[in-house]
Design a protein around this ligand. Sequence first.
Ligand SMILES: C[S@@+](CC[C@H](N)C(=O)[O-])C[C@H]1O[C@@H](n2cnc3c(N)ncnc32)[C@H](O)[C@@H]1O
Length: 176
Amino acid sequence: MHSRRKIETLASGVHQFCNWWDIQVRSVLDVGAGVGYWSDWYRKNYERTKVLSVDVSEHACKKYGHKLRDISSWAPNRKFDLVICQSVLQYLDEQDARSAIKNLAKATKHVLFFEVPTKSDLRNTVDRDVTDFEIYSRTGTWYCNELKKYFKQAGAGLWVAKSSTIVLYELEGTQK
Ligand SMILES: C[S@@+](CC[C@H](N)C(=O)[O-])C[C@H]1O[C@@H](n2cnc3c(N)ncnc32)[C@H](O)[C@@H]1O
């Protein structure tokens, strides 16, 4: 898990990237919000942005004020300018992870910030002392193939919905 300070830095960068793409972030959905650092940052800095944070844990919902939702079986009935899903899908089996990505796509008007540890990360990158290994490990290719059904990859965890008005320059994205 990242510190509040790290998430504030990330949130600020992601928000500014949306602005760079001419997207005013008026609504944010944080999926698997956990301790709620993303929603706290938006609520503090952008009071007029509508923020919905959801989590499948009753404890997290009660303690941090999220709505109780399971992203593998729930999609909102409206779209959000920015959707966050950080470090969540490793807890879902393959079928649920696939459904969750479909639901994230239904929820995203413009930009999805997505992070998950992959097989390669677990082998080579993560700090083994602070990483939960009771998870499903899948390849980066598996996640890319699922996400690319609905999104264009922009790098740094940013995925632009295919239906968004955002136009990426050729080298801003990873498409060849
Ligand atoms: C490792 S924490 C990450 C929390 C936060 N996103 C962060 O990056 O700090 C994973 C969170 O995802 C939630 N979660 C796991 N499966 C979920 C699901 N199917 N739907 C919604 N939330 C889920 C867990 O309850 C937990 O709060």
